[in-house]
Ligand binder design. Structure first.
Ligand SMILES: C[S@@+](CC[C@H](N)C(=O)[O-])C[C@H]1O[C@@H](n2cnc3c(N)ncnc32)[C@H](O)[C@@H]1O
Length: 257
């Protein structure tokens, strides 16, 4: 894939994830080894979060799969997953973990905003901190709609809008108890202060309008609370904060027929 084919934020984010990939090998390995899915930076077990439908027999696509542990969890629950990621180094880790676990499924190097797969070929599209935050929602959500069959699920998890509004920057310092970023004009495309990468975070109204315009019905918005005593290796939020306010949210939508 030529650099020239890709939007600037995709090129920047691929370079960023090439640099980060080594740090995601061990977390990926731990998640692959975990028999139960667990979500986000607080590792909330699926038995509590309850965000997955019954995936047995479903064709699933993970958009921005990284080390692809979410797809591994889905495969063990009887799904037929495909993982998509733009960063070769992340896919190398995913392939190594597939070999370690004897669990193979297709992994595709592609931009999740323009996936080279046919229309209506999946029953579930999922992203945990993949396309959910690293791709332009006005590109990847219509693309997910194209890939899904009528009735198909779109499930994605990322930082909550409230967390983003309370964050001095996106990574280094923890969110505080004041609104530091305007809702109007301060959301959407957000560049990291060091210019290394680009994230996208919409307000809830814009997200609902985008999902509906793309052919989805919103079924749920699950606001995740950090469990008591939880900790995270990420510097952008504390457990005290995330016990009081949702630091992460999960959108669950269905493709209209
Ligand atoms: C944090 S990882 C997500 C995987 C895993 N769930 C996790 O939390 O570690 C983010 C992934 O998104 C991928 N990514 C970023 N932009 C992308 C794009 N435009 N298309 C596909 N993947 C992308 C990166 O390469 C990276 O592997």
């Amino acid at each position: 894939m030529s650099r020239l084919d890709l939007p600037d934020h995709v090129v920047a984010n691929r370079a960023f994830w090439t640099h980060e990939a080594a740090q995601y090998v061990e977390p990926g390995r731990r998640n692959w080894a975990d028999p139960e899915p667990s979500w986000g930076i607080w590792g909330i077990p699926e038995s509590e979060a309850r965000i997955l439908p019954d995936v047995a027999g479903l064709d699933t696509i993970e958009l921005g799969c990284g080390t692809a542990y979410v797809s591994a969890w889905l495969a063990r629950r009887g799904a037929r997953p495909v993982g998509v990621d733009i960063t070769p180094a992340q896919l190398e880790t995913a392939r190594a973990l597939q070999r370690e676990h004897g669990l193979a499924f297709p992994l595709l190097e592609a931009n999740a905003e323009a996936v080279p797969l046919p229309d209506a070929s999946f029953d579930l599209a999922i992203s945990e901190y993949g396309a959910a935050i690293w791709c332009d929602p006005y590109r990847w959500i219509p693309e997910a709609a194209r890939l899904l069959r009528p009735g198909g699920w779109l499930i994605f998890l990322g930082n909550s809008t409230l967390l983003v509004l309370c964050s001095p920057d996106l990574d280094a310092e923890p969110a505080g108890e004041r609104l530091l970023r305007p809702h109007f004009g301060g959301l959407g495309r957000i560049e990291w202060p060091d210019g290394s990468s680009v994230e996208f975070h919409l307000g809830h109204g814009d997200m609902i309008r985008l999902l509906r315009a793309s052919g989805f019905e919103v079924e749920n918005l699950v606001e995740l609370q950090a469990p008591a005593g939880a900790s995270t290796r990420y510097p952008f939020v504390t457990s005290e904060w995330a016990r009081q306010w949702p630091s992460e949210e999960v959108w669950i939508a269905r493709r209209r027929g």
